[in-house]
Design a binder for this molecule. Sequence first.
Ligand SMILES: [Zn+2]
Length: 234
Amino acid sequence: MNQAEALYHLQEIELGVLRARKRLQEIAAALANSETVQSAQTQVANARKTLTPLQTKARDLDLEIQSTIQKARATEQHLYSGQVKNPKEMQDMQQEIQSLNKRHGELENHLLEMMVAAEEGEAALHEAEATLTGVTAEWESQHQELLDEKKTLEKQASQLLEQRKTALTQVEPGSQKIYDALKPKKNYHAVALLNGSSCSMCGVDQTMAIEREARQGQKLVYCENCGRILVYRS
Ligand SMILES: [Zn+2]
């Protein structure tokens, strides 16, 4: 393995590490982001917030109806018990019974409205809950896939770092210095392949002399155009 080949091998490993790290970052972001689930949770909470006061109101109305019925019944019993003799008092009691019956009717209507509204609220809540269950299950399955992928990538990255150590033993200090200086300028692609007579990164044709030197691999040669180290691959 000549120096250009050794550097190319090193670059391939380093690019592999970079790809793994980039994907690990994406996974970390995806795992932290559960917007869909949060939004479904909000929907459920809102549906509950709408429904609860309706149910409370319906219960209150029902109690009020029961108490109105009892009051009317008690007044009736009293009226027809024979204990009340005073006509004015009897008339008052009859009026009270009438007004209680009227109130009872109003309360029943109101209760009916509340019950219809509560039923609609319940249906909305059930729908929101079903959506939440669905998106949660979906998120969990994705979550599991991502966790599995994360595990694989972490293993891959650590294997690549081991390979990098081995690859570095093939690189001479002088070559490494050149490579390290080029790397940041060339976005981690300091080495390009010589494809026929052209540079694989910029596509520019090289002179016969450069091509020959790259083939020989005795020393590092550079692309005339982009300045990358050229490696000849037979
Ligand atoms: Zn080039």
